[in-house]
Write a new protein. Structure first.
Length: 248
């Protein structure tokens, strides 16, 4: 939304002040975009409660749809969402209901409690959906017992594998913000962007900000500027991380 503010008499030119309001991404089952890179993970979630294994792991980069699938699973199964702050209490309660544990590779969950919940699942007492960005071998686990139990769970990987999926991601994220964008602009972006779900998210955020600041719709010029800004950001990060002594 844009509010027009008139300044005092010395400057009667209206200025556009972009005011940002929260937008709520839609995580319903109907809004999930199924493609080649996520079809197996999607089918696995929809197959609950007829899972042959008690624990399922979803692996994928940021913004690849793991949390969306976790929400679909939670809605279907009435699963409890476990956080680092609640995992001890959940493990000590010895319940039997389904659980969702997201970002198990990054959020610092109490490992003994995590181990206890995995054992509950493997005894047939509950089902658990896990999400992570990294492969299991890269998780910061202290014990091999936990790692071995996680390795028993079937892992389903999510990837944005083609132009159609990336285009669908753009369409959904713009839709979540109630922004209408010409499909030709999305085609322009997909043909020139770094190919990852994270990049789609970053570009949508950048274009939204640029359009708000200029009180205009998202145009091809704004898309080109957003791409240029992303390139500059990556170049800046690369220069900061480069150590010339490593190349000597």
């Amino acid at each position: 939304m844009v509010v027009t503010v008139v300044t005092p008499l010395r400057d009667l030119t209206p200025r556009q002040l972009p005011l940002e309001f929260d937008h709520t991404p839609s995580h319903t089952a109907d809004d999930f975009l199924v493609g080649e890179g996520n079809a197996l993970a999607h089918a696995r979630v929809l197959a609950w409660p007829h899972w042959p294994d008690a624990v399922t792991l979803l692996i994928g980069p940021a913004a690849s749809g793991k949390s969306h699938l976790a929400r679909i699973f939670a809605d279907r199964s009435h699963a409890e969402i476990v956080t680092p702050d609640t995992i001890k209490a959940v493990a000590e309660a010895d319940g039997r209901g389904p659980l969702v544990i997201e970002d198990v590779d990054r959020d610092g969950y109490d490992e003994p409690s995590f181990f206890h919940l995995l054992n509950q699942a493997m005894r047939g007492n509950r089902t658990i959906l896990l999400t992570a960005r990294a492969e299991i071998g890269d998780w910061p686990l202290a014990t091999d017992d936990v790692r071995s139990r996680v390795r028993r769970a079937p892992a389903f990987r999510l990837e944005a594998s083609d132009d159609i999926e990336l285009s669908h991601m753009f369409a959904k994220l713009f839709g979540d913000r109630q922004i209408k964008v010409d499909p030709k602009i999305i085609h322009y972006l997909v043909a020139r962007m770094e190919r990852s779900p994270e990049e789609v998210t970053a570009l949508v955020e950048s274009m939204d900000r640029l359009a708000l600041a200029r009180a205009t719709a998202i145009t091809r010029a704004i898309a080109a500027e957003a791409l240029s800004l992303r390139d500059a950001e990556r170049d800046s990060v690369g220069k900061q991380e480069w150590d010339p002594l490593q190349d000597e």
